[in-house]
Design a protein around this ligand. Structure first.
Ligand code: NAD
Ligand code: DAU
Length: 354
């Protein structure tokens, strides 16, 4: 059995669904179910005994000890986090709590469990920490992409909390020998992403006839990876990664935000033309910039390719088209997750009239 944290969120749930589609090894899924965690995403597993859901806060040491004792996992994949940069600007405390204290608590519970394992299981145990490229800070236009030796320079409360968690993971390997792996991935998109992030927010706003808010001049660059490709990379790292190492994961898809939103509008124009025949591009509005907005992220994913043989399967065009089609086919999921809390966030972030 493997233990997944945050498996009711966007990437964690995609990972759980894909894992159980491709093998029968059971998963215990520990998730606090914050606004970002949603059991609707896992509805297809409701009667599947291979999936055990536990509503657990990763800051709760007793609950974690009980999970390790009962389920005896061979590996931990740690997704649980507060993940939205804009929310971290409005309320950094929760990010420190979950991302730093929570990761520390999980690491320490894992170490206590791992220490008592028989030698062979101790040797093969893995703790995979899912992290982000944002820990490396912001690139200038001519800088080379982030690689595994790029120094850390986090700029937002979110990235600072993820950087701190990465350092704890590193320290637990160096000090105690816990067989850890860390991955630093670029921007993900795909099915089941909460519509506060750029791509799902733009799709859902476009279809609702609302503004498509683009921060600043729209020229900030992000490196996009389809979520299914991130999941396949994580499977590769947990099976073949070298303990103590870090792996950058990215899709070689660097794009300016405005180009992402333009492409998204063009695909929607084709798949779901507006009643008036006007392009969705007409809904784009440049809005006030994010404070401290990182200009550019880019991932050099050479290492995971050459050492572990992983490659992304989707291009940005194929992945984006799949994603848009998924949102068109799954309006009930979107309605289900866009509760009062979501509407309060949108009102606070973009103003009441949107
Ligand atoms: P998400 O916000 O969609 O999901 C986070 C999940 O963690 C939710 O299910 C939530 O309920 C759960 N959670 C939050 N606090 C918790 C706590 N204290 N205890 C237990 N569960 C808790 O996030 P995501 O986009 O799926 O990201 C997953 C991981 O991948 C995060 O660690 C994030 O930093 C990292 N990451 C995300 C991206 C991206 O583009 N989304 C890219 C690189 C890395
Ligand atoms: O790089 C990996 C990171 O990618 C992950 O670690 C984070 O968890 C994930 O949220 C994501 O962070 P970003 O801040 O890059 O993602 P977001 O979707 O919030 O924004 C993408 C870009 O689009 C960014 O430059 C800000 C811009 N943006 C975002 C929103 C929500 C807009 O222009 N308008 C918007 O309304």
């Amino acid at each position: 059995m493997i233990l997944v944290t945050g498996g009711a969120g966007f990437i964690g749930a995609n990972f759980v669904l894909e894992w159980l589609r491709s093998c029968d090894e059971p998963i215990v899924n520990a998730d606090k179910l914050t606004y970002a965690g949603n059991l609707r995403t896992l509805q297809s597993l409701e009667h599947d005994s291979r999936h055990v859901f536990a509503r657990v806060d990763i800051c709760d040491r007793q609950a974690l000890d009980a999970l390790f004792a009962v389920h005896r996992p061979r590996a931990v994949l740690h997704f649980a986090a507060e993940s939205h940069v804009d929310r971290s600007i409005h309320g950094p405390g929760e990010f420190l709590q979950t991302n730093v204290v929570g990761t520390f608590t999980l690491l320490d519970a894992a170490r206590a469990y791992w220490n008592e394992l028989p030698a062979a299981q101790k040797e093969s145990f893995r703790f995979l920490h899912v992290s982000t490229d944002e820990v490396f800070g912001s690139l200038q236009s001519a800088d080379p992409a982030f690689n595994e030796r790029t120094p850390y320079a986090p700029n937002s409360p979110y990235s600072a909390s993820k950087a701190a968690s990465d350092h704890f993971v590193r320290a637990y390997h160096h000090t105690y020998g816990l067989p850890t792996l860390t991955t630093n991935c670029s921007n993900n998109y795909g099915p089941y992403q909460f519509p506060e992030k750029l791509i799902p927010l733009s799709i859902t706003h476009a279809l609702a006839g609302k503004q498509l808010p683009v921060y600043g001049d729209g020229k900030n660059m992000r490196d996009w990876l389809y979520v299914g490709d991130h999941c396949s990379a994580l499977r590769t790292v947990v099976e073949r990664g070298v303990p103590g190492e870090t792996y950058n994961i990215g899709g070689w898809n660097e794009k300016a935000n405005i180009d992402v939103v333009h492409t998204l509008c063009d695909v929607l124009d084709e798949l779901r033309p507006t009643a008036s025949g006007a392009s969705y591009r007409k809904q784009i509005e440049f809005v006030k910039d994010r404070p401290g907005h990182d200009r550019r992220y880019a991932i050099d994913a050479t290492r995971i390719g050459s050492e572990l043989g992983w490659r992304p399967a989707e291009t940005f065009d194929t992945g984006l088209r799949k994603t848009i089609q998924w949102y068109l086919n799954n309006t009930a999921w979107v309605e289900g997750v866009t509760s009062g809390d979501y509407r309060n966030w949108i009102d606070m972030q973009y103003g009441h009239s949107r």
